[in-house]
Write a protein that binds this ligand. Structure first.
Ligand SMILES: [Zn+2]
Length: 210
């Protein structure tokens, strides 16, 4: 048995028996809609968590013909801690390196709101046209515990908004719940096809935990 110690007084102690047994969770698992807790202390268990998240993202990618695993939040492997990993090069599948961000927050939203497609490892086979800010400022800790602050633009800004949403228990589908034209699925040829909102989405027990 091992555990993740959270130093901050408001945080509870979160215990994981063995990080290597944590696996990807998908909707309708309601844990995905829980807010995660702040990491108080970056110890060896947090490093193990990050390694597991990276391995699971790459395993998922290897099982998919047309998709790239670009990022993951800890809650997606059922660990409710504020930690995310983001791929260093989204355009080159051969680059299997990531960067980890602990307790990430968006400190400022900037630029225009832009709609674009996004998918999620925890929302099987579904894509959505989601409105996001084109530019955000992010504050986080790196794995040495040092504070990092930076701006992200375009697709990277979208990735941070999507992943930081996960730490707050929000999924991309929640942003487009009432947008009938925003839901797509990926067909076997790797093309996006619009879904029938009334038939496939509106009353989906998988998506809305109804
Ligand atoms: Zn996601």
């Amino acid at each position: 048995m091992s555990s993740i110690a959270l130093g901050d007084a408001t945080a509870v102690r979160y215990t994981v028996t063995n990080m290597s047994t944590q696996t990807l969770i998908t909707l309708p698992n309601t844990n995905l809609r829980q807010a995660s807790k702040k990491v108080g202390y970056i110890d060896e268990k947090i490093h193990e968590l990050i390694e597991r998240m990276e391995a699971i993202t790459l395993e998922w990618e290897a099982s998919r013909d047309h998709e790239v695993g670009v990022a993951l939040a800890a809650i997606q492997i059922d660990v409710p801690l504020r930690a995310i990993v983001v791929r260093n090069d989204f355009d080159n599948k051969e680059d299997k390196t990531f960067r980890a961000f602990i307790n990430p927050v968006i400190t400022k939203y900037e630029g225009e709101i832009v709609e674009d497609f996004e998918g999620c490892l925890s929302v099987k086979d579904l894509y959505g046209k989601v409105p996001r800010y084109n530019k955000v400022r992010v504050k986080a800790l790196d794995l040495t515990g040092k504070e990092v602050r930076f701006s992200a633009e375009g697709f990277l800004a979208r990735v941070f908004q999507h992943e930081i949403d996960h730490t707050n228990g929000t999924l991309f589908v929640d942003h487009i719940h009432d947008s009938p034209a925003a839901f797509y699925k990926l067909n076997e040829e790797g093309n996006l096809q619009q879904l029938d909102y009334e038939k496939d989405i509106q009353n989906s027990k998988t998506l809305w935990n109804k």
